[in-house]
Design a protein around this ligand. Structure first.
Ligand code: NDP
Length: 250
């Protein structure tokens, strides 16, 4: 029987690449995000390979999260894999000058959003006595950098939540994998710098950055591991990267 994966943030970057790879592996897909049009495009691209449905909601809106996941038809509720990927950095600023709206977006989206989605899906997995949750953290959750402390804090929270989930859920047959990517070339920097393309491009200049598909590969590896194996934590840096902010550029 084919598996079902719910992927948050499937309209772009790592989430979209994971959807593409999962479709190739025969995994049916529930694609989530705020941009319906983008989700429709991904769904159209993949629906000749697997069954695909879309859910449009903002992970920060706990009522919408509950209602949208609750609205799934019974067949779609047998979710085997949850990819908690939706998230972004917003701005880069010091703790005295940072924009509090940016802080809200990061804490509410990256931390509380992940919690709301998990709370809606964990009971479904408990009912089935099986499941796999993959949380997309970041190297920024393991190493703090100046002017990014709030983003780093939000991802450090994801690391802790992965551990907490694993402690609570392993006994129920649910695996939890934490994935911490380094510098991946997606829309991430464009969002962080509020549409400033030149500034976003600079982030990836002078080295060969990770591609979203590289992270998707690791995610597929984790969810395909035999039942005797839990891939607990994966950190993936770019080839030229040795720490969160140390990148050897040409
Ligand atoms: P993208 O900006 O390309 O993708 C972000 C995705 O998250 C989009 O699909 C977006 O969908 C969704 N999203 C963002 N905020 C919300 C929200 N409030 N509600 C619902 N969906 C939301 O970036 P990436 O693919 O790079 O990011 C994916 C994850 O990887 C994030 O958690 C990020 O922190 C993490 N990460 C990224 C790294 C990088 O260098 N790129 C490094 C380490 C971690 P939509 O706008 O349609 O809602």
């Amino acid at each position: 029987m084919s598996r079902i994966a719910l992927i948050t943030g499937a309209s772009s970057g790592i989430g979209k690449a994971t959807a593409e790879l999962f479709a190739g592996a025969g995994i049916d897909l529930i694609l989530c995000g705020r941009r319906q049009e983008r989700l429709n495009e991904v769904a159209a691209e993949l629906s000749d390979k697997v069954k695909v449905t879309t859910l449009v909601f903002d992970v920060r809106d706990k009522g919408a999260v509950k209602a949208m996941i609750g609205s799934l038809a019974d067949d779609w509720k047998n979710i085997d894999i949850l990819i908690n990927n939706a998230g972004n950095a917003h701005g880069m600023g010091s703790l005295d000058e940072g924009d509090t709206d940016d802080w809200d977006a990061m804490i509410d989206g990256n931390v509380k959003g992940l919690l709301y989605v998990s709370k809606a899906i964990i009971p479904l997995m408990l009912e089935n006595g099986s499941g796999h949750i993959v949380n997309i953290s970041s190297i920024a959750g393991k190493q703090t950098y100046a002017n990014g402390a709030v983003y780093c804090a939000s991802k450090a929270a994801v690391e802790v939540l992965s551990e907490g989930m694993r402690l609570e859920l392993t006994q129920h047959g649910i695996k939890v994998t934490n994935v911490a990517p380094g510098a991946v070339e997606t829309e991430f920097s464009l969002v962080r710098f509020k549409g400033d393309e030149a500034r976003a491009e600079k982030v990836y200049q002078g080295f060969d950055p990770l591609q979203a598909a590289d992270i998707a590969d690791a995610i597929l590896y984790a969810v395909n591991a035999p039942s005797r194996v839990t891939i607990a934590d994966i950190t993936i840096l770019a080839g030229a990267q040795s720490a969160a902010t140390v990148i050897h550029r040409k």
